[in-house]
Design a protein around this ligand. Structure first.
Ligand SMILES: NC(=O)c1ccc[n+]([C@@H]2O[C@H](COP(=O)([O-])OP(=O)(O)OC[C@H]3O[C@@H](n4cnc5c(N)ncnc54)[C@H](O)[C@@H]3O)[C@@H](O)[C@H]2O)c1
Length: 327
């Protein structure tokens, strides 16, 4: 994690702790010596993501739904005060959100605001919300700056809208921050979901020695960031970096600041995995944005954040963790 991150001076609450990012974040907090209450309803998360820490003496798991009214009381009975709150639990599938608008708004917006208001009133020093690049809608002006998401922005899905509304509440309240992550990848990202990240899907296809399916021409570009870099951004945002005890306030993009086409990505995956099966093109998915690139200078200025993992290293790590066929 690097010498520049300090342990939190109090207990942490992580929602979505059984998820892809939440699992890595919880692991990092425990490694720093923190005491953590983790909450997850295991809807898209998995117990296997918590294998490395489920029995850790400083970890307390609550299998609860954040839509239930009393879950935070149970968390507070477990540890009475949370100094740092990391809120990642969410309806995460854009496609699912299209047909489940009310559930998405209730979970990603209303429950987030409720948690924010209660924990900040309790005196939490930091609140870090999992915002998203989806808050920017189909933003054509690249690289995308934080101020581009405003009340005139049309998000392309209830997922993007719900994340924007929650971020806006946090920004206006003036305590805590929203990290608008771009495309995260790394070990333990679930490849089985049809809506999961393109890298985990490509690696699964490579493991089966199948051709990689590219939606559209493959010239669409994305800003990919490795999960351990994202975890470091979360810890810095909570004020655990060199500017210790200065948690971030506002919205911050989290990305690599570079972009890669899906075609280039597919070539890199086939090269690293030795997959001989090539690529197949399918029709583009309606509603997918063509290009995406984060301007990460605001986070850099505030925390000194720089990504540490190159795409090549990140892909190799993810491939190694996932295992190739026969392993
Ligand atoms: N993965 C990405 O590329 C990416 C990019 C931008 C933002 N994000 C945001 O980061 C966060 C983590 O994403 P992830 O990729 O780890 O997804 P994930 O699905 O692996 O993790 C989300 C976790 O929240 C839990 N959850 C969902 N609804 C819940 C509820 N009602 N009560 C309790 N727990 C609930 C799920 O079971 C899951 O473990 C999400 O908020 C997501 O929107 C992710």
């Amino acid at each position: 994690m690097g010498a520049s991150i300090s342990p939190p001076a109090g207990a942490c609450l992580v929602t979505g702790c059984a998820g892809f990012v939440g699992g890595h974040l919880t692991e990092a907090l425990l490694a720093l010596g923190a005491e953590v209450v983790g909450v997850d309803n295991l809807s898209s998360g998995r117990r296997e993501n918590m294998e490395g820490f489920l029995n850790h003496p400083k970890f307390h798991f609550l299998k609860r739904d954040i839509l239930e009214t009393d879950w935070l009381d149970e968390a507070r009975r477990t540890l009475p005060y949370f100094r740092c709150v990391f809120h990642l639990a969410a309806v995460v599938s854009v496609a699912y959100s299209m047909n489940h608008e009310t559930e998405t708004l209730e979970t990603n917006y209303k429950a987030s605001i409720e948690l924010y208001n209660q924990t900040v009133n309790d005196g939490a020093r930091s609140f870090v919300f999992a915002g998203s690049a989806a808050e920017y809608g189909d933003e054509a002006c690249l690289p995308i700056k934080e101020e581009y998401a405003d009340n005139r922005t049309i998000q392309l899905s209830p997922y993007g809208r719900s994340k924007y509304l929650a971020s806006r509440h946090i920004i206006e309240a003036g305590v805590g921050c929203s990290l608008r992550c771009f495309n995260i990848y790394g070990p333990r990202q679930d490849p089985s979901s049809p809506y999961s990240g393109v890298i985990s899907r490509f690696l699964l296809q490579a493991a089966r020695q199948e051709s990689l399916t590219i939606l559209g021409a493959g010239d669409q570009t994305r800003d990919f960031i490795y999960v351990s870099d994202v975890v470091r951004a979360y810890l810095l945002a909570a004020g655990l970096g060199p500017a210790a005890d200065k948690p971030l306030v506002g919205a911050f993009n989290v990305g690599s600041g570079g972009r890669l086409s899906i075609q280039e990505l597919a070539s890199a995956v086939n090269k690293i995995t030795g997959n001989p099966a090539g690529m197949t093109h399918l029709p583009p998915r309606p509603g997918d944005v063509l290009h995406s690139l984060a301007d990460v200078s605001k986070l850099e200025r505030a925390t000194g954040f720089k990504t540490q993992t190159t795409l090549e290293t990140g892909l190799k790590e993810t491939w190694r963790a996932q295992g190739s066929p026969g392993e």
